[in-house]
Design a protein around this ligand. Structure first.
Ligand code: PLP
Length: 390
């Protein structure tokens, strides 16, 4: 006998993966340069050179048994201390090593936090558009997953919509800013208003409502502020990842930050560690913990993403496409001409242009473009988008 929920998750391939493979197959026929594949969120800027240099230095100056050995489950103290010092100097976070749990990227960190908050009948709210994996992560943890309708056309957060969905069973709200798939950065005003609402409701219900801040794109912002949520809302837990900020998605390294000030902070921290343990977490990759300890000061060079972003946004807007202002991450979320994103995709496929329909992000009628592709492809895709508008 096989667990049918697990089977369904494994057997039903993701739409993004299918499209990507379709793009590979077309590239073999018509040539790589003739396929405009905007589907996959894989970073296209290299890691800063200092990352690779640091690996080499560690391999030279550190005992190999230490480099490759198990670390404690929560992660090396030095690494957690370095991350705390970085957040203290950037935001005045008032934190220390003991507030951090090193994980293998945001995905397993989110799973651990969801499981730590999964009480009988507990609910979690996601704001559309949202990262599709939240749903299986939450439901598999035993939480009831509820989606707050999108705040169109700006894709900030509709407070009345959140208020309408909060109940006494709400355990957490998951936020992701800069956002996948919209590229929108939630403003300080949006976050302060949400914070006031959650504080009021938590007091009414007599228990905390946590914000889980999913932050793989924290460092990918183009001239706008990405407010540091724990300083706006006390009961925030941060899931951070170096997958996009240092272009290390295959290396699996990140952290959970549980601020001391958060409600039941130490119990929550222990529950996150326990939930990770129950999912088979042993420790985050040891070499990468040591790299991060020496690289917390590094930030990505966003020049090429920014050029792609501006060219695509301006080009599409001129052609008459409507899209939210993409201030962060590497995505554009575009309203499908005619209103049907799946029909648009079928039309676009005829021209070897691939986009991801918004249905899986909780936002039908829109499609996502991932602009971590070559600048040349961006420029050459614009006439194709023009034809698709006609
Ligand atoms: N959350 C969001 C919004 C993402 O876009 C991604 C990856 O694309 C993840 C989490 C998972 O990232 P990681 O590679 O750190 O597990």
């Amino acid at each position: 006998m096989i667990n049918q929920t697990a089977y369904a998750l494994g057997a039903n391939r993701s739409c993004i993966r299918d499209l990507f493979e379709y793009g590979r197959a077309r590239a073999a026929v018509v040539g790589e340069e003739n396929v405009f594949d905007f589907t996959l969120g894989n970073p296209s800027i290299p890691s800063p050179a200092e990352v690779n240099e640091t690996i080499c230095r560690i391999l030279k100056d550190t005992d190999s048994l230490l480099v490759h050995g198990y670390t404690t489950a929560v992660g090396d103290w030095e690494t957690r201390q370095a991350i705390a010092a970085d957040l203290n100097s950037r935001y005045g976070a008032n934190t220390g090593a003991e507030d951090f749990f090193l994980g293998s990227g945001a995905a397993p960190e989110l799973v651990a936090v969801f499981r730590a908050l999964a009480v009988e009948g507990g609910e979690i709210l996601a704001i559309a558009p949202y990262f599709p994996e939240y749903k299986p992560f939450a439901e598999n943890a035993g939480l009831i997953f509820k989606v707050v309708p999108p705040d169109v056309p700006n894709f900030q957060i509709s407070l009345p919509a959140v208020e309408a969905m909060l109940t006494e069973r709400t355990q957490a709200v998951i936020l992701n800013s800069p956002n996948n798939p919209s590229g929108v950065v939630y403003t300080r005003q949006t976050l302060e208003q949400l914070s006031a609402l959650l504080e009021r409701k938590a007091a009414q219900y007599g228990h905390p409502i946590y914000i889980i801040s999913d932050e793989p794109y924290r460092e990918l912002a183009y001239g706008v502020e990405v407010p540091f949520l724990p300083l706006i809302y006390r009961d925030t837990v941060v899931c951070y990842s170096y997958s996009k900020s240092l272009s290390l998605p295959g290396e699996r390294i990140g952290y959970v930050y549980v601020p001391k000030e958060a409600a039941d902070s130490r119990a929550l921290y222990a529950a996150i560690a326990g939930a990770a343990r129950a999912c088979g977490h042993v420790c985050a990759p040891s070499l990468w913990q040591k790299v991060i300890a020496r690289c917390t000061h590094l930030r990505p060079d966003l020049a090429s993403y920014d050029r792609n972003r501006r060219t695509l946004y301006e080009g599409l807007t001129k052609l008459g496409y409507e899209t939210a202002k993409p201030d962060g991450a590497f995505y554009l979320f575009v309203k499908a001409p005619g209103g049907d994103a799946n029909a648009f995709l079928e039309k676009a496929k005829q021209k070897d242009l691939l986009v991801v329909p918004g249905d899986g992000f909780g936002c039908p009628g829109y499609f996502r473009l991932c602009y971590c592709v070559s600048y040349d492809k961006i420029v050459r895709s614009l006439p194709v988008f023009g034809e698709l508008m006609g």
